[in-house]
Design a protein around this ligand. Structure first.
Ligand SMILES: Nc1ncnc2c1ncn2[C@@H]1O[C@H](COP(=O)(O)OP(=O)(O)OP(=O)(O)O)[C@@H](O)[C@H]1O
Ligand SMILES: [Mg+2]
Length: 414
């Protein structure tokens, strides 16, 4: 077996947690084969290095390695990016173009955020996985390629299958060898190892002494839930390194950098299996609820648009006004829970100028300022990352495609 320590060194992986070691071990074992690998793990757990390990330890290492962020490519062009197109197949296709699957012949393709692939692309992907065959967009000629596919996703691929957004057969095909990257809060002492490494790295980068933690602060670091995993730990270490002039970091200082710190977490760091699956199930339920809420808001908007345009005749007798008032309250409360912006409330308010709806003004203003806030946040994030959408989206906690849509929707200039 290859020496684990030297692999970690070579790829800059910090940590000794058994689950992490196991993931590296599987990557090395599976590397010489051509099996598809699906890497799963929460956001920020360090998935991106694994396909590189697999490629480097395979016979394909002298071939191309292409990493594709499936969530970042607009739906309209993704087939052409992956499989190429023929001249004239769509407006703007002025030349024949090879896709990644053609370019990476003999090499490896890493499909990051694979759950974001549109269904039509999934069909093409399944075919190339099963037969090595693909067709360029706008062509009927079948090409052959020999590509190793490695995919990655956070837990949402399971949810996508349940919602018929991801093909189950493709999932099984990709998931021939699963590699699960453990969440940071499972990794015990690794949390501190990572902190120290990052502290030293940033000290070097910014030419200042490395930050240290008081014993109490260390305790908190070890027991925090780390929803953003290693990425969050790295970001926080960088922020503290830059902002704090005192190099010994105490509890109060550290807490200020940890969002949602409750201070009552039990010292047990290692979760039991069933707890974990419960939390991911809960996550899925939350997501479904949020989606449903979005659908509801769309429906409300539609109904009120129809009323406004006089296409539905509603008489506001006693009963109806009660319902409408409730909807108001709901819309307003929802906005406090999540900053999903919509125009529902303002549509309510402009409705017939009813006097029996008292809280109209308030709702109207709140909705406007929320949309404004969102634009402001998006602009700030884009500015911070010099217009790099991937990084901005990550900071905002939305997918790149959603960001793209919002930029268009709000006509944000960049
Ligand atoms: N074990 C580790 N040792 C050192 N650095 C790590 C480790 N794991 C992750 N990192 C660093 O944490 C950051 C996040 O990792 P990465 O981008 O691979 O996350 P990810 O799992 O792909 O997340 P996402 O699903 O959001 O894309 C990177 O800067 C990476 O270098
Ligand atoms: Mg990633």
């Amino acid at each position: 077996m290859k020496d684990l320590q030297s692999i970690k060194q070579r790829f800059g992986i910090i940590g000794n947690y058994s689950g992490l070691n196991r993931a590296i071990d599987i990557a090395v074992q599976v590397a010489p084969t051509d099996l598809s690998v699906l890497i799963t793990g929460e956001s920020g757990t360090g998935k991106e290095v694994f396909p590189q390990i697999i490629h480097q330890f395979s016979a394909r290492k002298h071939g191309q390695y292409i990493a594709v962020n499936c969530g970042a490519i607009p739906e309209g062009t993704i087939d052409s990016e992956l499989f190429g197109h023929e001249k004239g197949s769509f407006t703007g296709a002025t030349e024949n173009r090879k896709g990644y699957f053609e370019v990476a012949d003999g090499g490896t393709i890493f499909l990051d955020e694979v759950a974001e692939l549109p269904l039509s692309t999934q069909v093409r992907l399944l075919r190339v996985l099963e037969t090595g065959e693909f067709i360029r967009v706008g062509s009927s000629k079948v090409h052959k390629t020999n590509v190793r596919v490695i995919a990655a996703s956070n837990t949402d691929v399971v949810m996508a299958i349940e919602r018929d957004k991801f093909r189950e057969d493709l999932f099984y095909r990709l998931n021939t060898v699963p590699i699960k990257i453990p969440a940071l809060n499972e990794r015990g002492d690794d949390i501190f190892l990572l902190f120290r490494k990052f502290a030293v790295d940033f000290a070097e980068k910014y030419r200042m002494p490395a930050i240290r933690l008081s014993n109490e602060a260390k305790n908190i670091l070890m027991n925090y839930s780390w929803p953003g995993n290693v990425r969050q730990l790295k970001n926080i270490t960088e922020q503290i390194s830059i902002i704090e002039s005192e190099r010994e970091i105490n509890v109060e200082t550290l807490r200020a950098y940890l969002p949602d710190y409750t201070g009552v977490k039990l010292p047990a760091i290692i979760k039991k299996e069933d707890e974990k699956s419960f939390s991911s199930e809960r996550e899925i339920l939350y997501k479904i609820l949020f989606d449903m809420k979005g659908d509801m808001n769309d429906l409300k908007k539609l109904v009120f648009d129809l009323i406004q345009r006089g296409e539905i005749d509603i008489n506001f007798h006693e009963d109806n006004s009660g319902v409408i008032k409730n909807l108001f309250r709901e819309a307003r409360n929802e906005k406090k829970v999540a900053s999903v912006s919509d125009n529902t409330a303002s549509d309510f308010s402009t409705l017939h100028g009813r006097t029996d709806i008292q809280d109209t003004e308030e709702v109207f203003e709140e909705s406007l300022s929320l949309a404004g806030k969102e634009v402001e946040m998006i602009k700030k994030a884009l500015e911070k990352y010099n217009g790099k959408r991937k990084l901005a989206a990550r900071e905002l906690g939305i997918s790149e495609r959603t960001l793209y849509r919002k930029i268009k929707e709000y006509e944000i200039e960049m």
